[in-house]
Ligand binder design. Structure first.
Ligand SMILES: Nc1ncnc2c1ncn2[C@@H]1O[C@H](COP(=O)(O)OP(=O)(O)O)[C@@H](O)[C@H]1O
Ligand SMILES: [Mg+2]
Length: 269
């Protein structure tokens, strides 16, 4: 963990404080313990791949970071929010600080690409005025983000007309529209072919480094994680089995994450 931080630190500066801190996290649905004793740190600018076979707890860990999982023990801090002890209104404030990207994009298909990006600003007061819809400043920002993700030329097209890779870029621009302090991407490339998967992961990592925000991305495919993440965290039956810089992760430990996977057929949980 320290070496990943060291890579990001400027000489003579104290290590950047983590923006996501999870300690001894336990999540249980009734009797079913889904996460147990999970520790996790993500620092500004760091891309961390969350690995593990289907059912290992990746999505549950992501959900615990936005207050959507039944935490029964431990602490979860995200961008200064104490997720397990949120004050009134705190859930809304937390979720406006967390940009999320999903496997199925979750765009509104009939609306334009630009409008889909603008919906990322909906939590902001003043984003929408009664006469003209979204403010001019927001439209300018949304266009700049579409340019940044490489699809400004599609701004007026309905979202449904875009390819999967393009739709995921729209979803990333929408997440950026809310000026997130962290980004969570749950299987963002599982619906894309390998070439597009690589380009979407490169984009996420570029955002992490350029904007200095941590990106937590869950991935099924190990080589993609090793190529596109600074650090890999591997879950097995709800426990952290691996937490290492991508270049130094122990191949045997990584293989152990998937040992016996054929016994399970519960895909896409
Ligand atoms: N809402 C829920 N109620 C009960 N069990 C759940 C719920 N969500 C997830 N689980 C269980 O938690 C385990 C981990 O699921 P999940 O976090 O979706 O894993 P992954 O994303 O790694 O595939 C699975 O056994 C799943 O059945
Ligand atoms: Mg999942």
């Amino acid at each position: 963990m320290t070496s990943a931080a060291a890579v990001l630190d400027l000489p003579g500066h104290a290590p950047a404080l983590p923006l996501i801190t999870v300690r001894d996290l336990r999540v249980a649905y009734g009797e079913h313990v889904v996460l147990d004793g999970v520790d996790l740190d993500l620092r500004p600018g760091e891309t961390v791949a969350l690995l593990g076979s289907s059912g290992s707890g990746k999505s549950t860990l992501m959900r615990s970071l936005t207050g959507f999982a039944p935490v029964t023990r431990g602490t979860v801090r995200v961008a200064g929010h104490d997720v397990t002890h949120l004050p009134r209104g705190g859930l809304r404030a937390l979720r406006s600080d967390v940009g999320q990207v999903f496997q199925q994009f979750h765009l509104i298909p009939r609306l334009s690409v630009l409008t889909n990006v603008l919906t990322g600003a909906l939590h902001e007061a003043g984003a929408v005025n009664l006469v003209g819809g979204f403010s001019r400043a927001h439209r300018v920002r949304a266009m700049a983000l579409l340019d940044r993700v490489g699809i400004a030329h599609k701004a007026k097209e309905p979202a449904r007309s875009l390819s999967g890779g393009q739709q995921q870029r729209v979803a990333i621009a929408r997440a950026l529209m809310q000026q997130p302090r962290v980004i969570l991407a749950d299987e963002p490339v599982a619906s894309l072919d390998p070439r597009l998967a690589g380009s979407v992961l490169r984009l996420l990592r570029q955002i992490a480094t350029e904007d200095g925000i941590p990106v937590l991305v869950s991935l099924h495919v190990l080589p993609l994680a090793l190529e596109h993440a600074d650090r890999v965290v591997g879950l097995r039956h709800g426990r952290v089995l691996v937490d290492a810089p991508a270049a130094q992760a122990d191949p045997a430990a990584l293989a152990a994450l998937y040992a016996g996977e054929d016994e399970h057929d519960d895909h896409d949980l």
